[in-house]
Design a protein around this ligand. Structure first.
Ligand code: BGC
Length: 756
């Protein structure tokens, strides 16, 4: 930390009052009072004199004139740095600081574990912000994020997301502002304005028509010019024109046959001409394809490192394939943005965050975003005086893990779980008890197929009474060779490793055993795993047992091979068996991560699932229903898993939480369901419960915000920013050609009729 501080001070000293050794150059690009951001908080570093009256354009031009070809090329691609994974080195001789970028948008993702312990305020997801329909709040949200970015050493914030929620199961809806272009644009512009009241430039992403994670780096969105201009461009237009966003991030996907990062119409014609965007365009991480195509179309900076720019761009400029004027334009835009948004004049710093004060803002926004979807017979608000007991039910009600996974995941400064929030607000006069009901949620919820066989019905070999699950043995090779690297009990067989858990992208439950080490679960790991124990049916009847796996899997039941799955894709392999209640059956499940494709970002993916008779109620579900029946009120807290890189398989809540809600509601009519999701879920139990509260991913103060609403301390005033369909069949994108697409082509044939 100390060395970082030194570097950042030294980096900027050339434009400081002392101007130590910087000479004429420092004076030329030094801070200009007229250009410094008017509302920026003063840096705690040395005061910088008002040396230049010129605006950002002139200042950028002056620097540009002094750059060598190599320096210009270096500005057009990022570089890896241990403290800032997303980084552009400083141009120290000209007083230009480094670009230090942090992911978002639900707060600042501090990638350096040393800076503030890698923590920042985990804000409610931006979809919750959109549900407030309150642009002043959106600005406050951005203001907090901008301040925390700057105080943790970042001068670029990679957010907000301004993509439209077109597909209800799309993995990144939680990072969006919903399905309405006007609301999305208003929120995006206000959020950007808030961030940029600090010397931090906001990067609006992912431009453009980036609406699904399935096949995200390749799909070709085929849409009309009208849909493009009326639905998908407006949020970006607002962020750029009203919000003055400093950067735009080009998307991974293609649009009408061209990759977004080399799309002359999207970049040059629409963004830079029609919208008169003066800032710079960066690629999403690895989204640039052709050197000449990208540069000439309008991509200004490749991230995270030189793959198609760098030497290849230099050669293209030297042969004239990319005009020198275009390279100058790239460098000029980057420099201009840095001057215009105060990045040169007000260097970043490392300042402790006002954690509790910022937590209060997170709480306020989370509560304002909560949507009351149903309230029968005045079940809500909870009368503090009129009840003596509350059953809080849910495997993750006792932690605050409900958040979106992927690059948007923020490590919170502290957390308040729904159970804690309700307990605190209820006070000593109301008994608050907790029952999990189901198994906790992990990234494996993204796998398709029947739900996992729950821990309730599984027992490891030689287990003590009350211990559930199976014995898991992991090998660090796909062939079960040598000694297992890890042996432990796991609640169920449900793995989704690789991208979803490494580098802290994991928004899974802390109630699950910790993720195995990188040699077993990291990107490129090819483990094999064997699970053993017994399965005891909770009711007599026919059960469909299923293996969903990427890589070979097999199930042996009572010594007889039952399922063999080649696992070339995630299509479940099934077998039906008749089981009698209470009879234990020996299970042995083997899985090898040996399928092509696992070795990249995607790691091992495997589930042992089931479909059971309707009266098969696992013991933990019964215990939860029993607790509900002896309590005055039951609050069932449910969650899903959403993440970058994989869409949800369907609209169902994972781990049979629907069954849990149904059993609890049957036991107590005063059942309130608190839904912690980033997007719509199906609610087959809607008619059976007393109240439904859509709480989204509420950030680190989610528990207090939920309690504020349940007890009526805050009037629920959020409104849905997206449609909650009953089924995927009833949405405007119900055909395969529309989603997920056929042979890589996604037809936006619904045209402008998106969502509602
Ligand atoms: C995401 C971006 C993110 C970038 C850097 C990409 O995979 O799509 O939203 O900013 O990674 O983490």
């Amino acid at each position: 930390m100390r060395s970082r501080r030194t570097i950042s001070r030294r980096r900027f000293v050339v434009s400081g009052a002392a101007g130590a050794g910087a000479g004429a150059t420092a004076a030329m690009i030094g801070p200009a009072g007229a250009n410094a951001h008017p509302t920026a908080t003063p840096a705690s570093g040395p005061a910088t004199p008002d040396l230049q009256p010129e605006g950002p354009d002139q200042r950028a031009e002056q620097v540009l004139q002094q750059l060598t070809l190599e320096e210009k090329i270096a500005m057009t691609h990022g570089e890896m740095n241990p403290n800032y994974p997303f980084y552009l080195p400083p141009l120290s001789r000209l007083g230009i600081p480094a670009l230090t970028m942090a992911d978002g948008p639900s707060g600042v993702r501090v990638a350096d574990p040393v800076t503030n312990g890698g923590k920042a305020t985990a804000m409610p997801a931006t979809i919750a912000l959109a549900a407030t329909w309150d642009l002043a709040l959106a600005r406050r949200y951005g203001d907090l994020v901008g301040r925390e970015a700057w105080s943790t050493g970042h001068n670029v914030q990679l957010g907000p997301g301004a993509d439209i929620a077109r597909v209800p199961v799309s993995g990144r809806i939680f990072e969006s502002f919903g399905e309405d272009p006007l609301l999305s644009g208003g929120c995006a512009a206000a959020y950007v304005t808030g961030i940029q009241t600090h010397p931090v430039a906001a990067c609006v992403k992912h431009y453009c028509v980036n609406n699904q994670e399935t096949n995200r780096t390749r799909y070709d969105a085929q849409l009309s010019e009208r849909a493009l201009q009326e639905i998908y461009i407006p949020p970006f237009a607002a962020a750029v024109r009203q919000g003055d966003a400093g950067l735009v991030m080009g998307a991974f996907n293609q649009v009408n046959g061209f990759y977004a990062c080399e799309h002359p119409v999207l970049l040059a014609d629409i963004l830079k001409r029609q919208l008169a965007f003066p800032g710079f365009v960066i690629s999403d991480w690895g989204a640039a394809h052709g050197t000449v195509e990208s540069a000439n179309a309008g991509l200004d900076q490749e991230q995270p490192s030189a793959r198609v720019f760098g030497d290849a761009l230099q050669a293209a400029v030297q042969t004239g394939a990319v005009p020198m004027a275009r390279l100058d334009d790239m460098a000029r835009r980057i420099l201009r943005t840095m001057f215009a948004h105060g990045l040169v004049d007000r260097p970043v710093d490392l300042i402790p965050l006002p954690e509790r004060a910022h937590g209060q803002i997170a709480r306020e926004i989370a509560a304002q975003g909560i949507v009351l979807l149903k309230n029968n017979d005045g079940v809500l608000p909870l009368p503090s005086g009129g009840i003596r007991s509350i059953a809080v039910i849910g495997a993750d009600a006792d932690n605050a893990s409900a958040a979106g996974g992927g690059s948007g995941l923020v490590t919170p400064t502290y957390t308040v779980s729904p159970l804690d929030g309700i307990r605190q607000r209820a006070g000593a006069a109301i008994a608050v008890e907790h029952a999990p009901g189901t198994d906790p949620v992990s990234a494996a919820a993204l796998l398709p197929g029947p739900p996992p066989v729950p821990a309730s019905v599984l027992t490891p070999p030689e287990a003590d009474a009350g211990v559930h699950g199976l014995r898991a043995e992991y090998w660090d090779n796909p062939g079960f060779l040598g000694d297992p690297a890890l042996i432990r009990t796991e609640p169920h067989v449900d793995l989704n490793f690789g991208f979803f858990i490494y580098t802290g992208f994991n928004a899974g439950s802390p109630n699950l055993p910790p993720t195995p080490g990188p040699s077993l679960a990291g990107p490129g790991a090819l483990p094999s795993v064997r699970w053993t124990g017994t399965l005891t049916a909770p009711a007599t009847g026919d059960y469909v047992l299923a293996l969903t796996s990427l890589g070979t899997s097999r199930l042996v039941l009572d010594g007889q091979p039952l399922i063999d799955n080649l696992g070339l894709d995630l299509t479940p392999a099934t077998a039906t068996v008749t089981l009698s209640v209470g009879e234990p059956h020996e299970v042995q499940i083997e899985y090898a991560a040996d399928a092509a494709g696992i070795s990249g970002n995607i790691g091992a993916q495997m589930r042992f699932g089931w479909q059971h008779p309707a009266d098969a109620i696992p013991s933990r579900v019964r215990e939860a229903a029993d607790l509900a029946s002896r309590s005055d009120v039951a609050v069932v807290v449910v969650r899903d898993y959403e993440s970058e890189e994989m869409d949800r398989p369907d609209l169902r809540l994972p781990n049979e939480q629907d069954q849990l809600i149904q059993e609890v509601a049957a036991a107590n009519p005063r059942t309130i369901v608190v839904v912690q999701t980033g997007a719509a879920v199906a609610m087959p139990w809607l008619d059976d419960v007393g109240a439904v509260v859509q709480a989204w991913y509420g950030g680190q103060e989610q528990g207090n915000a939920i309690a504020d609403i349940l007890f009526g301390d805050i009037n629920p005033s959020g409104k849905l920013p997206l449609t909650f369909p009953r089924s995927m069949d009833e949405t405007p994108v119900a055909t395969e050609a529309q989603y997920p697409g056929v042979a890589g082509v996604v037809e936006y044939s619904e045209d402008v009729f998106v969502g509602y």
